[in-house]
Design a protein around this ligand. Structure first.
Ligand SMILES: C[S@@+](CC[C@H](N)C(=O)[O-])C[C@H]1O[C@@H](n2cnc3c(N)ncnc32)[C@H](O)[C@@H]1O
Length: 218
């Protein structure tokens, strides 16, 4: 079922240009290095242990595949929690030579995330910040070609408006849980419709709703 859903997503992503059929990595990524085995071992061991509002595996995989397919290298995550999505993102960045900055406000979750990054062998690809993203995000210089927003939903629009000018052409702003019908999400989705040079799709493989908004021009 999951394989079928992934095939359907890849077909849709291909149709709207999120991935390219000519990109050999997009078509058939190779995950056979020593690091790949270490990450897979970590994810396998932790599969049923994510308890801190972490993304489902299928959404983590989608983020990784998007990064590899688009060759993104400058990534930002808002809302690390204990690091599940960051591990998938950083795994993708290990293929592109990129790096992730990820922000978490809760000291305990931040500490666990840093330990997880170490155990997964991905610390070199991640700059984990303990901070309030409301304050830090507007101060980050960028540029970014990939953003994953997964912290406080009421602030999604603010994160987007702060970061969008610092996203390069072709780059994408992704956001989790957009199927939630909270005021913040509605406002965020409405705002996306008004942004020039932006194309949004919503991936529903997990049911949480993963919006992917890519910049079509400068
Ligand atoms: C849904 S969880 C993130 C899950 C994570 N992306 C994963 O898949 O493992 C949201 C996280 O955002 C954090 N958060 C909420 N408001 C924040 C803020 N203003 N600044 C930084 N982090 C924040 C919460 O503490 C929580 O750990």
């Amino acid at each position: 079922m999951v394989t079928l859903m992934r095939k359907l997503w890849f077909g849709a992503a291909l149709a709207i240009g999120l991935v390219s059929a000519n990109d050999p990595q997009a078509a058939e990524p190779r995950y056979s290095s020593e690091l790949d085995r270490r990450v897979e071992k970590f994810l396998g061991a932790h599969r049923s242990r994510w308890r801190d509002m972490n993304v489902p595996e299928v959404d983590g995989r989608t983020l990784r595949d998007l990064i590899v397919a688009k060759n993104f290298t400058r990534a930002l995550e808002v809302g690390t929690s204990t690091g599940h999505s960051a591990i998938w993102i950083a795994w993708g960045l290990s293929k592109t030579g990129g790096r992730l900055t990820t922000i978490e406000i809760d000291p305990d979750r931040h500490r666990v995330a840093v330990a997880n990054f170490e155990e997964a062998g991905l610390s070199d690809y991640i700059d984990a910040r303990l901070a309030n993203a409301h304050e830090l995000v507007p101060r980050l210089a960028g540029p970014f070609d990939f953003v994953f927003s997964d912290a406080d939903k009421s602030w999604y629009k603010n994160y987007f408006t702060a970061i969008w000018p610092r996203i390069t052409a072709g780059g994408c702003f992704t956001a989790h849980n957009v199927s939630m019908r909270t005021g913040g999400i509605e406002e965020f989705l409405q705002h996306l419709k008004t942004v020039p040079n932006a194309r949004t799709s919503i991936d529903q493989q997990s049911g949480a709703g993963l919006s992917i908004t890519c910049k079509t021009g400068s």
